[in-house]
Design a protein around this ligand. Structure first.
Ligand code: SF4
Ligand code: SF4
Length: 68
């Protein structure tokens, strides 16, 4: 698994060019593509850093996988 992004909730942090989740990810697993955020699943280590900073609570990480 990897961080799941609910695109219905995500507001792209109000249109920032560098969304908070992209900035927060220590593994560079999130990027902006076609005006939405995309998680590269095989890089994501389920740390939930992105979920902690998302103002829209649009990111969920499978709980059993959270590493800290
Ligand atoms: S859970 Fe961690 S590694 Fe995965 S996308 Fe979010 S910040 Fe990056
Ligand atoms: S931090 Fe949340 S609202 Fe901002 S771009 Fe990422 S998923 Fe969307």
């Amino acid at each position: 698994m990897a961080a799941q992004i609910d695109l219905e909730k995500c507001t792209m942090c109000g249109g920032n060019v560098l969304p908070l989740c992209v900035e927060a990810c220590p593994d560079l697993a999130i990027r902006v593509q076609d005006d939405r955020v995309v998680v590269t699943e095989f890089i994501c280590e389920d740390c939930n850093e992105c979920g902690c900073v998302c103002p829209d609570r649009a990111i969920t990480v499978p709980l059993e996988k959270v590493t800290f």
